[in-house]
Write a protein that binds this ligand. Structure first.
Ligand SMILES: NC(=O)c1ccc[n+]([C@@H]2O[C@H](COP(=O)([O-])OP(=O)(O)OC[C@H]3O[C@@H](n4cnc5c(N)ncnc54)[C@H](OP(=O)(O)O)[C@@H]3O)[C@@H](O)[C@H]2O)c1
Length: 303
């Protein structure tokens, strides 16, 4: 029997890349990765690893309908902010394309309503757009597991075109983490995307046929965050592991990031982290120290 087909949106990006890696490591699924450009280097790298790379765009529903075609397709999907197209529209395209193909499971990366969780104090546009997609999926009867992510650990090394972690002395012994707005003492939920999102999605896909697991997975959105950590703890951990001097420095940022990080400084997930439902399914979440050893140390060595 042919392997079950999993379709991954954003396969060349952080989240999708993590899901593709987990599926490749598992070895028991066929993988179709979606990209806007099958000729790009990242797309060709994935094709060389055995991923079927297919051209599709979130703003072109017919391309998604064609790309989701498959006897047993399950989809890991993201929508994208700051593109000029409402994420709600992208999300509806994803859901409609799932329905058109009777996709048995959509794993959707989303975020909660900022207005709802802050009792009306913060209106973070990208959160308000993302949160409408699970509601639409439920309205049209698309079976969906919703992931809520925290700030990405990966932002430290790549965020909005630059790294948050930067050397501040010529000999590279002193570093600063230029983090938007959030004071150094405030705990933040972080997701170590490359290490933890893929195994989390894989656990959902692998256990979808188990009615008891399915009931728990669909009860509420799952907060896929690896740990809570303060800026002070980040600087201490990086300093301890690397032997460098590290300072966490909150910085001002323009809108729309300002409102988003004002929100992060005041309101976040109340849930237990990492999420018990995924730990119970065998997902082994990583620590910030793991991230520093695996990603930050090689990054610093290259600067
Ligand atoms: N950074 C954070 O701290 C954070 C926290 C929570 C949530 N998020 C959310 O995470 C999402 C970004 O995820 P990510 O970091 O995994 O993405 P990413 O690394 O920025 O990569 C974007 C991916 O989307 C694909 N893509 C871009 N435009 C597309 C389009 N029109 N149609 C189809 N695919 C398209 C790109 O593929 P090609 O270039 O190959 O087409 C690429 O694979 C955003 O929604 C963001 O709001 C981020």
């Amino acid at each position: 029997m042919a392997n079950k087909l999993v379709v991954v949106l954003g396969a060349t990006g952080h989240q999708g890349g993590s899901v593709v890696t987990a599926l490749l490591n598992h070895g028991g699924y066929s993988i179709r990765g979606l990209t806007r450009n099958t000729e790009s280097l990242p797309a060709k790298d994935l094709a060389a690893k055995g991923v079927e790379m297919v051209q599709a765009s979130l703003i072109d529903k017919s391309s998604l309908v064609a790309a989701f075609r498959g006897a047993y397709a399950k989809v890991y999907a993201i929508t994208l902010p700051f593109t000029g197209v409402n994420e709600d529209v992208m999300g509806r395209n994803i859901v409609d394309a799932c329905r058109a193909n009777n996709v048995p499971l959509l794993v959707l990366s989303s975020l909660p309503s900022s207005l709802e969780v802050s009792n009306g104090k913060f209106n973070v546009q990208l959160m308000e757009e993302k949160c409408r997609v699970p509601a639409y999926a439920s309205e049209v009867g698309q079976p969906t597991v919703v992931f809520y992510l925290g700030a990405f650990c990966e932002n430290l090394l790549q965020h909005m075109g630059r790294s948050q972690l930067q050397p501040v002395s010529a000999d590279r012994t002193k570093w600063q983490i230029f983090y938007p707005i959030v004071p150094a003492s405030v705990p933040q939920p972080l997701s170590y995307i490359s290490a933890d999102v893929g195994p989390s999605a894989l656990a959902v896909i692998d256990r979808w046929e188990d009615p008891a697991a399915r009931e728990r997975l669909t009860k509420a959105p799952i907060v896929v965050c690896s740990f809570m950590i303060t800026g002070e703890e980040m600087e201490q951990t990086i300093a301890r592991v690397t032997g460098k001097e590290v300072k966490y420095v909150p910085i001002q940022v323009p809108e729309p990031m300002k409102t988003m990080f004002d929100f992060c400084a005041e309101v976040w997930y109340p849930d237990e982290l990492p999420p018990p439902v995924l730990k119970d399914l065998g997902v082994k979440f990583h620590t910030f120290e793991d991230y520093v050893r695996e990603e930050v140390v090689p990054f610093m060595a290259k600067q």
